[in-house]
Design a protein around this ligand. Structure first.
Ligand SMILES: Cc1cc2nc3c(=O)[nH]c(=O)nc-3n(C[C@H](O)[C@H](O)[C@H](O)COP(=O)(O)O)c2cc1C
Length: 108
């Protein structure tokens, strides 16, 4: 992450927010080298119907504190189990959203 300018965080919803281990990972980084003035996109996934919306908000606050700019287009994928077959996403609407977000991140 020290050498990269842009990231995508794919975040599973855990007790209504993001997993604590992700915060521990962030805490272990060198903030000035890994996060400051970097750019990222967020994808939230959940087995329930919230799509990790709150998790993305919570994580955005922390990233902003660390100086990372978060793309406004955040992808929420609820009921992830319904969209993945043998490790692949085949739903056209969802694939379009993923490509859309990727293109926005490239231009960010
Ligand atoms: C501690 C804990 C917190 C969880 N929090 C959420 C949550 O916030 N949102 C959600 O959709 N699923 C949540 N789950 C459910 C998991 O995503 C998953 O559906 C469940 O653990 C079954 O996983 P499996 O199908 O791989 O066995 C949570 C599970 C655990 C054990």
């Amino acid at each position: 992450m020290n050498q990269s300018e842009k990231f995508v965080f794919v975040i599973p919803e855990y007790n209504g927010s993001f997993p604590g281990v992700l915060k521990a990972f962030l805490d272990g980084l060198d903030r000035s080298k890994a996060l400051m003035d970097k750019k990222c996109a967020l994808v939230g996934i959940s087995s329930g119907d919230q799509g990790a919306g709150l998790a993305l908000s919570h994580f955005t606050d922390i990233l902003n504190y660390c100086g990372t700019n978060v793309l406004a287009y955040k992808l929420r994928i609820p009921k992830i189990g319904d969209f993945v077959t043998e490790g692949k996403i085949t739903n056209e609407i969802l694939l379009n959203k993923i490509h859309n977000q990727a293109n926005k991140l490239i231009g960010f």
